[in-house]
Design a protein around this ligand. Structure first.
Ligand code: NAP
Length: 242
């Protein structure tokens, strides 16, 4: 059985990915940080569709929580075979000179340390190969000046983790890839202080529109699947041509 952990599966891209993978027959562990109700709604949607899922609270930037998360998934479904490192945060738009150290550390912990801890746990536990998809961002290439250089830097680190780990584990039958979404309609932009950001920036996108969480989920699901069996250490921009 395919067993997947989706970190940050309660909302946005993670929720769309969990629901899609559930419909494709994966048993899904829907991880969340605080939003139990939203995580339970994702689980309900998967189960209503005939799939298997459960929700599990864990702060994936914390080592003990990550171990508990994998233990819980194993207890529910048996060995984990797939991982989507999706959980991520950003803070209010700001120039780098105004970013406090505490915020910088929090972004790195939530976006990069989480990816390291979950990937390490997955590689330690995968029994017969496996696949990991990291949800990076186009920000790793643009640097997000005047908005969130801290966030962009965290995604740059995630890209490097993707490449390095993919090469370390390629011969063990484990594939590690990443998607780099562009401007996607989710709650995240409200956290950045501008709920309407995607619509404001849409005219600058070659396809002239923002993306949906489902469009990112489709790409993640493909990279996880056997259809991508010869793809590792690769990055797919899901960004409307940016
Ligand atoms: P979102 O709607 O704000 O959802 C964030 C998710 O991450 C929530 O499920 C949240 O859980 C979870 N989370 C945050 N910190 C966590 C932690 N420490 N432990 C466990 N879960 C945690 O975000 P989104 O837009 O879907 O973004 C998902 C991923 O896509 C992120 O990595 C983001 O950087 C990336 N991305 C997004 C965009 C975009 O335009 N939206 C573009 C490029 C990349 P709770 O619900 O419990 O708070």
């Amino acid at each position: 059985m395919n067993v997947v952990i989706v970190t940050g599966g309660s909302r946005g891209i993670g929720a769309a990915t969990a629901i899609l993978l559930g419909s494709k027959g994966y048993a899904v562990c829907v991880n969340y940080l605080a939003n139990k109700d939203r995580a339970n709604k994702v689980v309900d949607s998967i189960v209503r569709d005939g799939g298997q899922a459960f929700a599990h609270q864990a702060d994936v930037s914390k080592e003990a929580d990550v171990v508990r998360l994998f233990d819980a998934a194993e207890a529910h479904f048996g060995g984990v075979t797939h991982l989507v490192n999706n959980a991520g945060i950003l803070f209010t738009q700001s120039k780098l000179v105004d970013i406090e150290l505490e915020r910088f550390n929090q972004v790195l912990n939530s976006n990069v340390v989480s990816c390291f801890l979950c990937s390490r746990e997955a590689v330690r536990r995968f029994q017969a190969g496996g696949a990991i998809v990291n949800v990076s961002s186009l920000a790793s290439k643009t640097g997000s000046p005047f908005e969130y250089v801290d966030y962009a830097a965290s995604k740059g680190a995630m890209d490097t983790l993707t490449k390095g780990l993919s090469l370390e584990v390629a011969a063990s039958g484990i594939r590690v890839n990443a998607v780099r979404p562009g401007f996607i309609y989710t709650d995240m932009h409200a956290d950045g202080g501008e709920p309407g950001r995607v619509d404001r920036l849409a005219p600058q996108i070659p396809m002239r529109r923002g993306g949906t969480a489902e469009e990112v989920a489709n790409t993640i699901a493909w990279l996880l699947s056997d259809e991508a069996s010869y793809v590792t250490g690769s990055f797919i921009d899901v960004a409307g041509g940016r």
